[in-house]
Ligand binder design. Structure first.
Ligand code: ATP
Ligand code: MG
Length: 162
């Protein structure tokens, strides 16, 4: 079992410099009771780091990024909210596709390959979870994912392998 709080703290350390360079202070909210989940630690870190990297990348200097972790019954839920450039409704359908990047000056300047979201959606789907985005252009975006707390032993073995 992995403690979700530990995963978030490790992920935050990974993006600390990027955030600092943009003057972004990342706020985090945890539930009162500690949350644990049966999952591959490194893959869950990857999910948080990818979403945080995007949030920082597509948010202007001195913007806000906030993580909120909640207990969602037999799932954990985490939201990563930013007040950055946002994503139009039409583009929102495509951002989880491999190599898709919103074709704007801001995006091209931000670099990357357009794989991040496709990879983490793969990780989340394979664990029986889900991910979705809510966004408004120029207001910001919120990515929310849910993962089951328990996995059957055979599923877990499979997850460790991919
Ligand atoms: P990579 O993750 O491979 O370095 P990337 O960040 O461009 O490259 P994804 O993480 O898959 O690729 O995201 C796809 C596209 O979705 C981005 O290029 C960007 O246009 C859009 N996007 C993702 N997250 C956000 C966000 N928080 N705010 C605005 N746009 C976003
Ligand atoms: Mg990315």
């Amino acid at each position: 079992d992995v403690n979700v709080r530990d995963i978030v703290e490790t992920s935050l350390q990974t993006v600390e410099k990027q955030a600092k360079d943009k003057g972004i202070d990342i706020k985090v909210g945890y539930p009162e009771e500690s949350l644990t989940i049966k999952t591959d630690k490194d893959k869950l870190i990857r999910v948080f780091v990818n979403l945080l990297t995007n949030a920082i990348k597509f948010t202007p200097h001195n913007g806000e990024v906030e993580i909120s972790v909640t207990d969602f019954g037999d799932h954990i839920q985490a939201s990563i909210r930013d007040n950055g450039i946002g994503i139009s409704a039409e583009k929102r359908e495509k951002i989880f596709d491999k190599f898709y990047q919103v074709d704007s000056t801001a995006t091209r300047k931000a670099g990357g390959t357009g794989l991040g979201l496709a990879i983490i959606k793969g990780i989340i789907d394979r664990q029986g979870g889900s991910i979705f985005v809510e966004s408004e252009t120029d207001k910001g975006s919120t990515f929310t994912f849910r993962l089951p707390k328990e996995l059957k032993e055979e599923d877990f073995t499979e997850i460790e392998q991919y």
